[in-house]
Design a protein around this ligand. Structure first.
Ligand code: SAH
Length: 253
């Protein structure tokens, strides 16, 4: 009998934000393939005999997606119950879509277990709603990993600037100077509020705030490092109105 693969999201890092289903599957799985993104608190709960860390190899490079795909199929053909654990939600910039198609192509039954994505939870834990009746009627999730200068860049920053909605950039710590400049070039006000949230819901959580023109300096003075996301839009100013009453402030953790 071929085993089943569960593509499971871990949420942003606080173990209490795991879904009930994720927790049950972590208990029931024979093998758990993971990288570092679920964070130390959740990874500490996985017994070593079930663990396969596919995030980094000894020489420091990420394990290839092809290896992960093949390993999932191999374990399933061994009849194992497998959890492929991913940070946040499994299909938001998580390559869950590629794994679904690969498993289907190889006749392996699977289930996707949705989760709390950092793209929404990160801002809200910092006191920023991604939509707001008065400020934003849409939200776009975008990767900041690509160079905005690249002719073939898949992200159209000028089009995003024109939406007037909230923009949440994942994987966008390093290229912050480039995409904030691209948005201003495309006509967004340099005073547009921006916040960066690092390690939302877990130890080391930090927030930097500013505007499209000041956020690079704020990032550097706070010392924001990955994993962190950037929220761009009027909603980002909500934080300063609520932060004193947020019981999840960084200081309280
Ligand atoms: N599937 C994940 C995203 C994977 S891409 C999700 O739904 O959340 C990896 C990026 O996610 C990181 O570069 C960072 O931008 C963001 N991220 C993940 N966990 C985070 C956290 N706890 N705090 C802030 N950003 C986080």
């Amino acid at each position: 009998m071929t085993g089943t693969v569960y593509l499971v999201g871990s949420g942003p890092g606080d173990p209490e934000l795991l879904t009930v289903k994720a927790r049950r599957l972590l208990d029931e799985a024979d093998v758990i393939l993971h990288d570092k993104l679920p964070g130390p608190d959740i990874l500490a709960e996985i017994p070593d005999e079930k663990r396969e860390d596919v995030g980094k190899r000894a020489h420091g490079e990420g394990t290839s997606q092809q290896y992960i795909n093949e390993r999932l199929v191999e374990l399933a053909r061994d009849g194992k119950t497998i959890v492929r654990l991913k940070g946040g939600d499994p299909t938001v910039f998580g390559r869950g879509g590629e794994e679904m198609v690969y498993l289907a192509d190889h006749g392996v039954p699977f289930e996707v277990v949705p989760a709390v994505t950092s793209a929404i939870a990160g801002p809200e834990i910092a006191g920023i709603p991604v939509t707001h009746r008065d400020h934003a009627s849409s939200v776009t999730f975008v990767t900041g990993h690509e160079s905005p200068d690249k002719a073939e860049s898949a992200v159209d920053w000028a089009a995003l600037a024109a939406t007037g909605g909230t923009i949440v950039v994942l994987m966008g710590v390093t290229r912050l100077p480039e995409y904030t400049a691209a948005l201003v070039d495309a006509g967004m006000a340099p005073e547009t509020p921006v916040a960066m949230v690092e390690r939302a819901s877990r130890e080391g959580q930090q927030v930097a705030t500013g505007t499209l023109s000041t956020i690079v300096d704020a990032r550097d003075s706070v010392g924001i490092e990955p994993p962190a996301l950037t929220v761009i839009g009027d909603v980002a100013s909500t934080r300063e109105r609520v932060v004193d009453f947020l019981t999840t402030t960084e200081a309280a953790r």
